[in-house]
Design a protein around this ligand. Structure first.
Ligand code: FE
Ligand code: FE
Length: 178
């Protein structure tokens, strides 16, 4: 009888695979991104000219808290500790948002147009990330995690659409007229 190499029991979690480690690392990256975004959104709310945009930022601050909690659930399902790893992309996008506030005048609609642009870049980054991670989770057989990531993905998409509506129905025409 051939002596089989001892392998860890299959748990379906792929704890020992490089792919699992890579996936968890990417979760840590978006976890960092969400944790920093939740601190930046109140600043964006304060900087906004129109109450409608301020409300949108306030709503998404609460939703971002949910995104953080949802990621914590995903870590738990994977048997991993929730940890943040610096996301250079989000750091850069938030720097851009700060730049918009510095470069535009308080109380103008041009500022709101700029804030919407900055916020939509953030949402698109999140949409790309959650879409990719959801697909990876599915591939690995982590349907429970994939479902959680899909929930957040749906919310990011709705936020992006709400920002487009705000730009089209209110902000952009007034910004052009300033
Ligand atoms: Fe988010
Ligand atoms: Fe978001």
């Amino acid at each position: 009888m051939a002596t089989a190499t001892k392998r860890p029991a299959r748990t379906g979690k792929m704890e020992n695979s490089e792919f699992h480690e890579f996936f968890v690392d990417e979760l840590k990256d978006i976890y960092w991104a969400e944790k920093h975004l939740v601190k930046a959104l109140p600043k964006m709310k304060k900087a906004a000219t129109s109450p409608e945009l301020a409300d949108a930022f306030e709503k998404h601050t609460a939703e971002t808290e949910t995104h953080i909690a949802t990621l914590e659930k995903a870590f738990e399902l994977l048997g991993e500790k929730a940890a943040a790893k610096k996301c250079d992309a989000m750091a850069g996008l938030l720097e851009e948002a700060d730049g918009i506030i510095e470069d535009t005048e308080k109380g103008t609609m041009i500022r709101d147009a700029g804030l919407i642009l900055a916020a939509q870049k953030v949402e698109h980054y999140e949409i790309a990330t959650y879409g990719g991670l959801r697909t990876l989770a599915s591939t690995m057989g982590h349907e429970d995690v994939a479902k959680l990531l899909q929930q957040t993905l749906d919310n990011e998409k709705a936020t992006d659409e709400a920002l487009t509506t705000c730009a089209e129905s209110l902000v952009n025409d007034q910004a052009v007229a300033e």
